[in-house]
Design a binder for this molecule. Structure first.
Ligand SMILES: Nc1nc2c(c(=O)[nH]1)N[C@H]1C(S)=C(S)[C@@H](COP(=O)(O)OP(=O)(O)OC[C@H]3O[C@@H](n4cnc5c(=O)[nH]c(N)nc54)[C@H](O)[C@@H]3O)O[C@H]1N2
Ligand SMILES: Nc1nc2c(c(=O)[nH]1)N[C@H]1C(S)=C(S)[C@@H](COP(=O)(O)OP(=O)(O)OC[C@H]3O[C@@H](n4cnc5c(=O)[nH]c(N)nc54)[C@H](O)[C@@H]3O)O[C@H]1N2
Ligand code: SF4
Ligand SMILES: [Mo]
Length: 712
């Protein structure tokens, strides 16, 4: 093809981390291709990687810093509130003016109310280097551990379940193993939509004879490939999984040798399973007892079996228990630490793994070193040259709620969109309207930006250097192919400039200073601090990504984890009890609402609504089972009003048996019909994750309706 240059980089959408070539003509992306000889995708791409990166050229890209027009120099700001529009309520400003203003206000709030009155979000879309510097600034200069990101709304349940059982939360095995599987469970993952290139490998495995046990309430595409499909009632996973464990123990199908050598708590756990028979689980989950028995035997009798899961497991007020139940099953059969086995929470965002690794979490420094461990605190104090706060910070939803009480006065958000992704949006909006300072640093004016005092324009993935870490722990390069629009700058450069200003105002100096000239210098600092990345140099990443842990430059990296045992020492079996979802249908709200993803869009739609992909899926569509459609009554193409106890939206109907009877499915990509106006913000007690998959709603025919979509 006729292009000026081709730049290899990493796809900015999902955690598969496909390698892409941006083929550039006249400073625009003309096409996107992939090399056949490169992990992890070997030439394959999904529709988003192939056609969806055109968002970087959209005319609404942020090009200059913007400051609320009603802000007067030297005066406190008014409270955050939603702007009418960017044009009406903001004025362009220079970088110096905007960063001075932000630094002044942040420093003033820290002096008046302490660092813990600032809440921050780092970004699973930004690079490792961006996030490392972000949390370093927050911890070292603002003096708080209030830093979190969308992982909280995502795999927090998985992380909590994995940490308490085996002591590590990373996906244990690799993409390369997937097309050679023997037996595998896919549970709560709509893989063909959310991780399409991984789904190709899973389908290949089935074509080669692997057995797939699918556990999902919706008839997703993988149901056509499944050997057994357990279609449970939403929110009843613990019942189904406990009953599978019951069968494995009762029929002595477990791996006694593995249990003795690598686990603890088996006897107590085995005894706890007595009452959880398949018949008991059938009453709760509607899955026939015979099918549960068949699935349990298929899983236990495999040579080795892997488990893959997604948000159907994690996003629940008992997400920790769901994930724990999966670990219990895998430990029973000794499938941990083996090629083709393992525990695999499929990571969602392109760099959600890396953002967590870099310490973008309220309780840990880079490399998951606990902030309240005195030795680790001393280690980072020495490395960074400042005193650190040992109090673990607040999580995402807790920060939003803290704003309501005035405990959080200022918020700094880099590359997240809480005003579409948080649950119970009406409440979240009300909370953020109490902020004395809201700063948004993004590539677009997303929904959250319209509440901000100051908006900072960031360079996109295609305009900066750095690294992303994919779902299989593979650190990969991000390379600049274009110049940023207007005055937009890479996140790491913005943060460095802001940090220098904060140092001056707060009288602190961090080591080694903030004069990085290239992200490589930032990465080398990470490598010095966290030994598991030491062998991952930019030079090695030139050709292909490396899977950490990787302790030195001769270390080939780690394809699968736990060959020599789990980090906890012994894996711990956890007895569990079944708890129903917080909100279940009743006569006023007779349907269950499940929310999630479609293939063509990304989260709040900030990027994909500005891409050619939007032409394929331009409107909010709710999936309704034919039986329910007759009850409502409604037909494909009609409009319905969906109402919960917290809000209501209008969506177009698609009648399909993809949705089970009693459950309607609405994607959360459309701000004009924001699914999160309906969801509730009750949290899992351990993981602090909300339940995005179970909300009681009423559905009724709606009159003609025109959605207003304003791309600012
Ligand atoms: N196209 C696209 N791809 C994406 C994203 C995107 O926005 N768009 N986002 C990325 C991100 S951040 C993430 S986290 C991943 C998420 O990837 P997934 O977790 O695959 O995405 P969801 O659409 O949330 O689907 C979850 C699945 O859980 C099922 N489910 C619902 N309720 C239950 C239940 O009670 N139990 C069980 N076992 N299953 C249930 C649903 O039917 C669905 O199949 O996708 C990533 N990839
Ligand atoms: N109802 C419902 N709600 C959900 C979920 C659900 O299943 N149902 N899923 C939850 C999950 S799993 C997740 S992960 C969250 C996602 O929630 P968020 O992370 O809040 O959503 P995104 O839209 O991905 O926000 C990313 C932002 O980063 C910006 N961006 C992109 N690249 C860059 C960059 O290089 N630099 C900067 N500074 N900004 C950049 C984008 O423009 C966008 O505004 O949503 C959660 N919310
Ligand atoms: S599978 Fe994920 S990483 Fe690969 S092209 Fe699609 S969105 Fe990008
Ligand atoms: Mo996610």
């Amino acid at each position: 093809m006729n292009f000026d240059r081709s730049v290899r980089t990493t796809c900015p959408f999902c955690g598969v981390g496909c390698q892409i070539n941006l083929n550039i003509k006249d400073d625009r992306i003309l096409s996107v291709t992939a090399d056949f000889d490169l992990a992890p995708n070997y030439g394959q791409l999904c529709v988003k990687g192939r056609f969806g990166t055109d968002f970087v050229h959209h005319p609404t890209r942020l090009k200059t810093p913007l400051i609320r027009k009603d802000i007067e120099p030297g005066k406190p700001f008014g409270k955050a509130r939603r702007a009418r529009s960017l044009a009406e309520d903001y004025r362009p400003a220079s970088w110096d003016e905007a960063l001075d203003l932000v630094a002044d206000r942040l420093a003033a709030i820290v002096r008046e109310s302490g660092g813990d009155s600032i809440g921050t979000y780092c970004s699973a879309k930004a690079t490792n280097e961006d996030n490392y510097l972000f949390q370093k600034m927050v911890r070292g200069l603002l003096g708080t551990n209030n830093v979190d990101h969308c992982a909280r709304l995502c795999h927090a349940g998985s992380v909590a379940g994995l940490m308490r059982t085996i002591g590590s939360a990373a996906m244990s095995n690799s993409i390369q193993e997937m097309s050679h599987l023997d037996t595998f469970i896919v549970i709560g993952s709509n893989t063909t939509y959310a991780h399409p290139v991984i789904a190709l490998s899973l389908k290949k495995a089935v074509a080669r004879g692997a057995r797939l046990i699918l556990i999902d309430p919706r008839r997703i595409e993988l149901a056509e490939f499944a050997t057994i499909w357990l279609q449970q009632r939403p929110g009843t996973d613990v019942a189904v999984l406990q009953a599978m464990a019951h069968v494995i123990v009762a029929e002595k199908l477990y791996d006694a040798d593995y249990i003795v050598r690598h686990t603890e708590g088996f006897d107590e756990y085995a005894a706890s399973l007595a009452e959880f028979t398949p018949e008991w689980a059938e009453r709760i989950s509607d899955v026939p007892a015979a099918k549960i028995r068949r699935a349990a035997r298929m899983f236990a009798n495999a040579n080795v079996a892997a488990i893959y899961w997604g948000m159907g497991v994690s996003q629940s007020t008992h997400g920790t228990d769901n994930a724990t139940a999966l670990v219990n099953l895998s430990m029973l059969c000794g499938y941990i630490g083996k090629y083709g086995g393992g525990l695999n929470p499929l990571r969602g965002q392109n760099n959600v793994q890396g953002c967590s690794d870099m310490g973008g979490l309220p309780n840990v420094y880079p490399g998951y070193r606990p902030v309240n461990d005195a030795e680790m605190q001393a280690y980072f104090e020495e490395a960074w040259g400042v005193k650190l706060n040992p109090r673990p910070g607040l999580t995402a939803v807790e920060m939003v709620h803290g704003a309501e009480r005035g405990e959080i006065r200022g918020m700094f958000v880099m590359g997240e969109d809480p005003m579409s992704s948080e649950p119970h949006l009406k409440h979240a909006r009300h909370c953020l309207e109490n902020l004395d300072l809201l700063v948004i640093q993004d590539i677009f004016a997303n929904e959250s930006a319209l509440y901000a005092h100051v908006i900072l324009p960031a360079a996109s993935f295609a305009e900066k250097a750095g690294t992303f870490t994919n779902t299989e722990r593979r650190v990969q390069r991000v390379r600049p192919a274009l110049s940023p629009p207007g005055q937009a700058r890479p996140d790491w450069a913005i943060i460095s400039d802001l940090a220098r200003r904060l140092e001056a105002r707060l009288g602190k100096r961090m080591k080694p200073g903030w004069d990085y000239e290239h992200p490589r210098e930032v990465w080398d600092e990470v490598r010095r601090l966290a030994p598991e990345f030491r062998g991952v140099t930019y030079e090695r990443l030139e050709k292909e990504g490396v899977q950490y842990p990787c302790y030195d430059e001769d270390d080939p990296g780690t394809v699968y984890l736990f060959e020599d045992g789990v980090p906890r020492g012994r894996g711990k079996f956890w007895p569990l009890t079944f708890k129903p979802p917080v909100e279940t249908p009743d006569p006023t709200y007779p349907f269950n609402l499940s929310t999630g993803r479609v293939l063509y869009h990304w989260h709040g739609g900030t990027m994909t609504r500005r891409s050619v992909l939007n032409e394929i899926a331009p409107e909010p569509v709710v999936e309704i089972n034919p039986v329910d459609a007759a009850r409502i009554p409604t037909r494909t193409g009609d409009l319905v009003r969906i109402a919960s106890r917290r809000g209501e939206v209008v969506a177009r109907v698609k009648v399909t048996d993809r949705s089970p009877i009693g459950t309607v499915f609405l994607p959360f990509h459309y701000i004009e019909a924001a699914a999160n106006l309906l969801t509730l913000d009750e949290l899992d007690p351990t993981a602090k994750i909300p339940d995005y998959k179970n909300t009681a709603v009423a559905v009724a025919p709606a009159e003609e309706h025109h959605w207003r979509v304003e791309l600012q």
